[in-house]
Design a protein around this ligand. Sequence first.
Ligand SMILES: O=C(CO)[C@H](O)[C@H](O)COP(=O)(O)O
Length: 208
Amino acid sequence: MKLQLALDRLDWETCFALVEDTSDAIDIIEIGTGVIKEYGMEIVRQMRKAFPRHTLLADMKICDAGKHEARQAFAAGADIATVMAFAPAATIAETLSVASQEGKEMMVDLLGVDKTEQVKALKEQGVSFVGLHLGKDEQQHKQLGQGLFQLVEGTGLKTAIAGGVTVESLPVILPYRPDVIIVGSGVTKAEKPKEAAMHIKKRIASSG
Ligand SMILES: O=C(CO)[C@H](O)[C@H](O)COP(=O)(O)O
């Protein structure tokens, strides 16, 4: 299981300072959608330069113009870009095709998806990597739980989990062995981000 640090609702300097601080604990750096909207692809380019050894994910949340936006992310240095599961099949297909041509990866964000059939249909379309996601707004009323993991049960898909993950919620998540655990505010808003990230990394490592 890999640890992905999500950089959301942060300014440029704080994004770089947080990655510098936590770089030994994290495997994947995620440039969040709002940060990309604020600073454009330049922050992806500069993060690539500053941290060449980490896997870099651009959370583009593509929902149209798949070829163009996937190319933008990969040209800026991202290894992985995201496309929304609710995007038209043609858009998802365009992004998968760009990723395959460039030796990169697409993660399909399952935000809003609540039926296993939808996930199975994505797999039939050629999707191999999905992100289970409890959105920031939904987190006010719901918590991460078994229901989300049921969406991918038996599909064999590579899976990430995101949405309010903290040290406290790890016991709910770890038994499902997702390939990637995405943590944003659980680290970025912690009093000591480095310690929080190290703690999470150790818990992941000791879970087997
Ligand atoms: O994709 C996202 C928001 O759309 C976030 O990256 C994801 O939800 C992780 O952040 P947090 O742990 O703060 O919920």
